[in-house]
Design a protein around this ligand. Structure first.
Ligand code: ATP
Length: 279
């Protein structure tokens, strides 16, 4: 059973969450078995808020996150129940064409490995500009200008020079910044970041998280941060949902959950994160 805490809600009752996952269930139907990857999961996030989703490998974090834009491979993925409401509309019932307009424009994703998202054969600036042209239909010159501004905004030095480079010419940290620029150039209202810093070394991790937090502040975005790193959650998120075996076992304000975990699984996760002591 999910333990939901009674805390002072900073969001008035009339202000609906921007994104609401409501009793979502997702199966992967394999040849000889069925994996119940997500079971009756409910989550929500408001504008300007960061919700962290934590849990061990295989707990269903990514399957939940990918469901929002129906990005789980189908087959074998089947959405067996629930709703995912963005701005009041159920994303699970939209046509591919309608969902295509939401993807990347209203809701963007940032993944762990930029190389899976960036085209190795295209200059990075052109990739940022292309996303913008796809969603807004602005001219080439305007898109170039906006892409340069986006590279600058994510802290890429010499954006004019970097604009013309290919992904392999950039460091891992810079590539991640380019992916963030690509995700944010359309000014999405929700960003789902799935382990965005796991592949980076600790100093660069910090810089990328700081960047996400500052951009969120600036643009009042809702952020869903998928991570297995509780220290990152403590430093970055407002609320946390703890997943175990496809279910949310506990959710609440980060400080409440970390100070007084109600669920035995949350206590085990916290006990396995000594870094938190020093955070
Ligand atoms: N494409 C797929 N085909 C079959 N099973 C899948 C697929 N994707 C995920 N699963 C299964 O669904 C379950 C949940 O996986 P998911 O990737 O959501 O976990 P996770 O918490 O994100 O783990 P990690 O931190 O390792 O990414 C796991 O049992 C996984 O093996």
């Amino acid at each position: 059973m999910t333990s939901e805490r009674a805390t002072t809600d900073p969001h008035p009752a009339d202000k609906r969450p921007l994104l609401e996952i409501d009793h979502l269930s997702v199966d992967f139907r394999l040849e000889s078995s069925v994996v119940h990857a997500v079971q009756d999961v409910s989550l929500h996030v408001h504008a300007g808020e960061t919700l962290a989703v934590v849990g061990e490998s295989g707990s269903g974090k990514s399957a939940t996150a990918l469901s929002v834009l129906r990005l789980n491979p189908s087959p074998p993925c089947v959405y067996t129940g629930g709703e995912i409401r963005f701005d009041g509309r159920d994303l699970l019932t939209l046509s591919e064409k309608e969902l295509g307009r939401v993807r990347g424009r209203d809701i963007a994703m940032v993944f762990q490995d930029p190389m899976t998202c960036l085209d190795p054969l295209q200059r990075v600036g052109a990739q940022v500009a292309e996303v913008l042209r796809l969603h807004t239909g602005i001219s080439r010159a305007e898109a170039r200008k906006a892409a340069l501004a986006a590279l600058d905004e994510v802290g890429i030095p010499d954006p004019e020079v970097r604009y013309r480079q290919y992904p392999h010419e950039l460091s891992g940290g810079l590539r991640q910044r380019v992916m963030i620029a690509t995700a944010l150039v359309t000014r999405p209202r929700v960003v789902i970041a799935d382990e965005p810093t796991t592949a980076l070394d600790v100093t660069v991790q910090r810089q990328i998280l700081d960047l996400l937090v500052s951009l969120q502040d600036k643009h009042d975005m809702a952020v869903v941060l998928i991570t297995h790193d509780l220290a990152v959650v403590a430093e970055t998120a407002d609320r946390v949902a703890v997943m175990n075996k496809g279910r949310v076992v506990e959710t609440g304000e980060v400080l409440d959950v970390f100070d007084r975990p109600a669920d035995a699984y949350t206590r085990r996760l916290l006990a396995a994160t000594p870094r938190l002591e020093a955070a």
